[in-house]
Structures are given as structure tokens and as C-alpha cells.
Design a protein around this ligand. Structure first.
Ligand SMILES: [Zn+2]
Ligand SMILES: [Zn+2]
Length: 290
């Protein structure tokens, strides 16, 4: 099994990162630890180099394109304002442990009230465009973070794909959109990956109608999307330390917990966890060349 998106080199693991990684590898789970800005992109490489079965990515997260302060899963996050410097990242990309550019993308959900929305969206698009261009130049896939911006995100990716660029394509990580949005990405060759969010019970107002074919209601809209997405277009991830899956809600997330995401997909699709593991692992190996 592969946790295709975690942040095991982040501060949340500063006291026991080595133990967490070893615990995960011992359970037969490889992992891709994701960079989000210049420092974490560099540090991810140093960590990945130390372990077989740990890979990394380099990029600038849209939340780091402006300075802001927010709380995420009880963790206080303070972001710096950065710009994507292709020369800096081109140098980092020379390391064989770097398997993709990202996470990068568009996040219209987390825009601070004091910032001009249109200006920031313009900056996010500009930073993203530079990163996709570098991925294309280096023949790497992209790891996309997209929140509340699927229409613009699909349009930009399509622009590259339609002109014969970005041949390695990429993944929309932590997908929480609609089935229609998922299909728009699949149609241009992009995968969608799912986190522990799919294990959360539905919230009020989030109930989907009963599935066709015998499965009853009581599922979240996202769980229904998972059921209807082809396994061939899916990957597994934790986004650890965030988004801890059931039955570990309330604890710090760790990459080995990706097994609960696999189990949930198996349950929703009425197939075995082995089948989910086999196909999603193949998808990840193919996309990232690992
Ligand atoms: Zn993300
Ligand atoms: Zn992430």
C-alpha cells in the first residue's frame, strides 16, 4: 500500500518522525511526504533520502502565497508569503527521490478577509502556472491541492493538456468535490485521491440519496462519489498529520492509517481491501514512477 500524500517531515512529528516512518514501513506501507514551500520542500528530500520506500515532492502550496494565520485540526498554522522560484526548485528536483511537483493549486476557501480576493486568486494562478510549467519541463507529474476552485483548476490543467504538455499528468489530492468534477479530471487523465474524510460519518444536510443496487442511505455525498469513481482513477492518502480517519479521530494521523481509507473504499464499492490495495498501488507506481 502507498500513502501517496502525507507530511511526515512536518513539525507534528518532530519528536518521533523516525519511529513513525519505521512503524509505517514495517506495516508494508510506502509513503510520499509532500513539500508545501521552499523549506519543507528541501527538508522532505533530506528525510526521503534516509529510507527506502519514502519519496517526496517539491512545490508551493496556495495557502503559502499570502501571509495568514488559521487553525487546522487544532494545530495553529502561520504561513509566510512566498513566490515560486523555478531556479530553486529545478535544483531540488535533481534528487531522484523527488517524484512530483506540488502540492500546488488553487484554494479559494482559505482567503483571509483582509486580502483582496481577486488579487490573491490572480497570484495563486500565477504561482500555479509556473509550477505546472516546471513539471512539464522536467517531465514530472503534479500534485494538485484544490479547494472551492474546481472550475478554474480543470480549465488550467486542460489548457496544458490540450497543447500536448504535462504528459505525466497528476493527481487532485484530498478530493472532496462532486462526481461530475471528478469525471472532469479523469477525462483529461488526472487521478483523484481520497483521505480519511471518506471515513467520517455524514453531517446533517450531507446525506446522499440511497445508492442504486441495494446499498441504503446514510452515506455522505463524498462516500457516494467514492463508490461511483472508477478504482483505476483513484489513489489512497492520509494527508497526515491532518484528517485522521475513523476509528482514530482525535489522535494524530500517521501514514500507516491509510489502511482505514482503503478499507472504507472496499466497503463502499463492495470489493475486497486487497483489490483496492492492488489497483491503487499500481496507479501510484505508474503515476510517480516508483
Ligand atoms: Zn492539500
Ligand atoms: Zn497536504
Amino acid at each position: 500500500m502507498i500513502d501517496t500524500h502525507c507530511h511526515v517531515h512536518f513539525r507534528a512529528y518532530k519528536d518521533d518522525m523516525d519511529a513513525v516512518i519505521k512503524r509505517t514501513l514495517q506495516k508494508g506501507v510506502r509513503m510520499i511526504t509532500i513539500g508545501t514551500q521552499s523549506t519543507t520542500s528541501k527538508n522532505g528530500i533530506e528525510v526521503a533520502r534516509q529510507y527506502d520506500g519514502v519519496y517526496t515532492t517539491i512545490g508551493l502550496h496556495p495557502n503559502h502565497t499570502c501571509e495568514q494565520h488559521f487553525e487546522d485540526e487544532q494545530e495553529e498554522i502561520h504561513t509566510r508569503c512566498e513566490s515560486f522560484d523555478p531556479a530553486y526548485y529545478r535544483e531540488l528536483a535533481k534528487d531522484p527521490k523527488v517524484v512530483a511537483i506540488g502540492e500546488c493549486g488553487l484554494d479559494y476557501y482559505r482567503i483571509p478577509a483582509e486580502v483582496d480576493r481577486e488579487t490573491l486568486i490572480g497570484k495563486q494562478k500565477e504561482e500555479l502556472r509556473k509550477q505546472i510549467a516546471l513539471a512539464d519541463e522536467l517531465n514530472l507529474p503534479v500534485v494538485i491541492h484544490c479547494r472551492g476552485a474546481h472550475t478554474d483548476q480543470v480549465a488550467m490543467l486542460k489548457e496544458f493538456v490540450d497543447t500536448g504538455r504535462l504528459t505525466r499528468r497528476g493527481v487532485i489530492h484530498c478530493f472532496t468535490g462532486t462526481l461530475q468534477e471528478a469525471r472532469a479530471y479523469h477525462a483529461i487523465g488526472f487521478l483523484t485521491s481520497f483521505t480519511g474524510i471518506i471515513t467520517f460519518p455524514p453531517r446533517r444536510g450531507d446525506l446522499s440519496p440511497p445508492f442504486q443496487g441495494g446499498v441504503g442511505g446514510g452515506y455522505s455525498a463524498l462516500q457516494k462519489v467514492v463508490r461511483d469513481c472508477p478504482l483505476e482513477m483513484m489513489m489512497l492518502e492520509t494527508d497526515a498529520p491532518y484528517l485522521t480517519p475513523e476509528p482514530h479521530r482525535g489522535e494524530r494521523n500517521e501514514p500507516w492509517m491509510v489502511q482505514f481509507v482503503a478499507e472504507k473504499i472496499a466497503q463502499l464499492k463492495e470489493i475486497t481491501t486487497d483489490e483496492v490495495d492492488r489497483v491503487t498501488t499500481q496507479n501510484a507506481e505508474k503515476l510517480f514512477g516508483i
